[in-house]
Write a protein that binds this ligand. Structure first.
Ligand code: APR
Length: 238
């Protein structure tokens, strides 16, 4: 592939599965023993903030024990070597793409459309702070001192982040690649249709066919830890 071309990559929970992080829709609708509606909505937070904060504290602690897998490593290798445009749009709130970039000394070009576990958002002053500890004990916001921090993750019914930037990147793209996502959650599930409408080539790499699989020009099925390194080798070989 011509090295000056622009690539937009969408990643989902499937790319982190081989790092030991559960996907959302793999376990009979349960998300680590909790119904998603009980922990991932603004209504749940209003109803039972302690449950929601404790749940996210547990997730935040857990992801810090996980490591990037060969799929994250391959995308970081692509980022370090690709001369064209590249944007990794992730629905994941873990930091495994970023950590995979470390051996290359790069800050990968990653956009977290559903927020980040390692950020806290102050609902009083609106500041975002890097946060690795718990929130359930209601710590003070480092900027304003209010005890009004929540996880900086996008819950069901909330607007994903940085949609303008994502659409701008899709308009400039030559290739759109979707990795490890079920295609069940919009607006991310609609990026392939947008890309198709814009005449962009589209490729899906997933364990099984996603809900929007028929939209892709090509689908390759298998574990991300195998498919992604092989695809990156192909792209970098030109
Ligand atoms: N390699 C590749 N794909 C995999 C692997 C793997 N090892 N393991 C699972 N998958 C695939 C599954 O087949 C499934 O299609 O990854 C996909 C994961 O789908 P979901 O669990 O629905 O995760 P995702 O698409 O990221 O969910 C989107 O939903 O709950 C919200 O905000 C949350 O960002 C999340 C959004």
């Amino acid at each position: 592939m011509d090295e000056t071309r622009n690539i937009v990559i969408l990643t989902g929970a499937g790319i982190s599965a081989e790092s030991g992080i559960d996907t959302f829709r793999g376990g009979g609708g349960l998300w680590e023993q909790h119904r998603v509606e009980d922990v991932a909505t603004p209504e749940a937070f209003a109803r039972d903030p302690n449950l929601v904060l404790r749940f996210y504290d547990m997730r935040r602690e857990a992801i810090q024990t996980k490591r990037p897998n060969p799929a994250h490593d391959a995308l970081a290798r692509l980022d370090a070597n690709w001369k064209g445009g590249l944007l990794i749009v992730t629905q994941n709130v873990d930091d495994l793409h970023e950590r995979a970039g470390a051996p290359y000394g790069i800050e990968p070009r990653v956009l977290h459309m559903h927020g980040e576990h390692l950020n806290a958002w102050c609902t009083f002053c609106d500041a975002r702070s890097r946060w690795s500890g718990p929130l359930a004990d209601r710590p003070e916001c480092p900027r304003c001192g209010a005890r009004a921090l929540r996880p900086d993750v996008v819950w069901f019914g909330e607007m994903p982040y940085r949609m303008d930037e994502i659409h701008a990147a899709l308009r400039m793209a030559d290739l759109f690649v979707s990795i490890g996502t079920s295609g069940a959650v919009y607006p991310a599930a609609g990026f392939v249709q947008t890309a198709r409408d814009l005449g962009v080539e589209t490729l899906e790499l997933n364990l099984e066919r996603s809900q929007g699989s028929h939209w892709f020009h090509e689908t390759r099925l298998g574990p991300a830890g195998e498919l992604v390194p092989a695809w990156v080798d192909e792209v970098l070989a030109g």
